[in-house]
Design a protein around this ligand. Structure first.
Ligand code: HEM
Length: 402
């Protein structure tokens, strides 16, 4: 990170240790002009109370059509702009009410605590099969072994996506989320993902199944509840958000526990702490680093700073979750932390619809791993974080199983 003309510039090294930068910003300039990778200009909000205020302010919009216009304007000259088509963008995370309300209602029920409760035995099975497959090894990379396949398998089974396509889809989303990708790579990944989602929808039209995608296709056919573009975008969003986030809850969560062996031991001793531990892991090394882009529809004052109309606002969730005004001793991992009102799932109308599913996946994967491998430890390999403003994600997590 460098500072120029009072703007913070996010550069590649930031991703290796964002907490140090965030601590500094919360202290010296909690609402600061920022230049994101690829030259997008906006305002970075790093304190808890301000993050909450921004995320629930109706004057701050997520409308993707206007955001597209502003992306042209609020960008440094000569920064390459990916041609990411509009056909995957008409989803709930990119819309305001009333469209947001209508789109979210179509899937809300499937993802409530009740809606996902019946999936627990299946998640347990997936987890134990994956751990069986590596049980004889001394050392393993936990991301391909566990953290990625658990959420990917679950979301694909829910939606009715064939197993063979999962790696390809993950490849495109990884490219889309990485600030290290070139504009051309992003454009190509967007085109491939769009083509794939289109074919997937067509396959459900010709061979309906007992899955969420078929239900969405039927909702599309059965009335004017969602357009073709919205159907494609919804499918894309659910597939992406369903795995690119929970992989980090599992991997970052295991990392945090292995870095605090006393906490891991306390959890092994008392598995009833698991739900509370997962909340703390979500807070401590939040799977989503910064919330997605929003913009001001009119001037908005945040912590005494006036942000003009038509400017992007970026809320650093992982910074808000380490704010000492909201959490006692925020840089310490405490799996028994009480009243943990973290913002890892966002806040306001776009609060994560998949939170109950993610929590369950995190509990099962982390809990089973700890029980099954009592001597689990980090392998002595340097860790590297992916360059992404959206996800806080490790490239790999080598561990010793015994
Ligand atoms: C929205 C985090 C898992 C689906 C969000 C947002 C956050 C988030 C922070 C709001 C973003 C913003 O306001 O800019 C997480 C984390 C997860 C997780 C940390 C795992 C630990 C999932 C899963 C699904 C999912 C498993 C499954 C479908 C969604 C959807 C939205 C969303 C559809 C948009 C909601 C809306 O716009 O109303 N998530 N998520 N997420 N998440 Fe998750």
């Amino acid at each position: 990170m460098t500072v120029e003309h009072d703007a913070v510039r996010i550069s590649a090294d930031f991703f290796q240790d964002p907490h140090r930068v965030y601590a500094d910003l919360r202290r010296t300039g909690p609402v600061r002009r920022v230049v994101l990778p690829r030259g997008v200009r906006g305002w970075l909000v790093t304190r808890y109370a301000d993050a909450k205020a921004v995320l629930s302010d109706p004057r701050i919009s997520k409308d993707y059509v206007q955001a597209g216009v502003l992306l042209e304007r609020n960008r440094e000259p000569d920064s390459p702009r990916p041609e990411f088509g509009q056909d995957l963008q008409a989803h709930m995370l990119n819309t305001d009410p009333p469209d947001h309300t209508r789109l979210r209602k179509l899937v809300n029920k499937a993802f409530t605590v009740r809606g996902v409760g019946h999936l627990r035995p299946r998640i347990e099975r997936i987890t134990s099969d994956l751990l069986d497959a590596v049980a004889d090894l001394d050392e393993v990379d936990l991301i391909p072994a566990l953290a990625f396949p658990v959420p990917m398998t679950v979301i694909c089974e829910l939606l009715g996506v064939p197993e063979a396509d999962r790696e390809a889809f993950h490849g495109w989303t990884t490219t889309l989320l990485s600030t290290a990708s070139t504009a051309l790579e992003i454009t190509e990944a967007g085109v491939s993902a769009g083509k794939y989602v289109l074919e997937l929808i067509e396959s459900k039209r010709s061979a309906p199944g007992d899955d969420l995608l078929t239900a969405l296709v039927e909702a599309r056919e059965g009335g004017d509840r969602l357009s073709e573009n919205e159907l494609l975008s919804m499918t894309f969003l659910l597939l992406l958000a369903g795995h690119e986030t929970t992989v980090n809850l599992i991997a970052n969560g295991v990392l945090s526990l292995l870095q605090s062996p006393a906490q891991a031991a306390a959890l092994r001793e008392n598995p009833a702490l698991l739900p509370r531990a997962v909340e703390e892991l979500l807070r401590y090394e939040s799977p989503v680093n910064m919330a997605t882009l929003r913009y001001t529809k009119e001037p908005v004052e945040v912590a005494g700073v006036e942000i003009p109309a038509d400017e992007f606002v970026v809320v650093a969730l992982s910074s808000a979750n380490r704010d000492a005004t909201a959490f006692t001793d925020p840089d310490a991992l405490d799996i028994e932390r009480d009243l943990n009102t973290h913002l890892a799932f966002g806040h306001g109308i776009h609060y994560c619809v998949g939170a109950p599913l993610a929590r369950m996946e995190g509990e099962v994967a982390i809990g089973t791993l700890l029980t099954r491998f009592p001597n689990l430890s980090l392998a002595p390999t340097p860790l590297r974080w992916r360059e992404s403003t959206v996800v806080r994600s490790l490239h790999s997590l080598p561990v010793r199983l015994r």
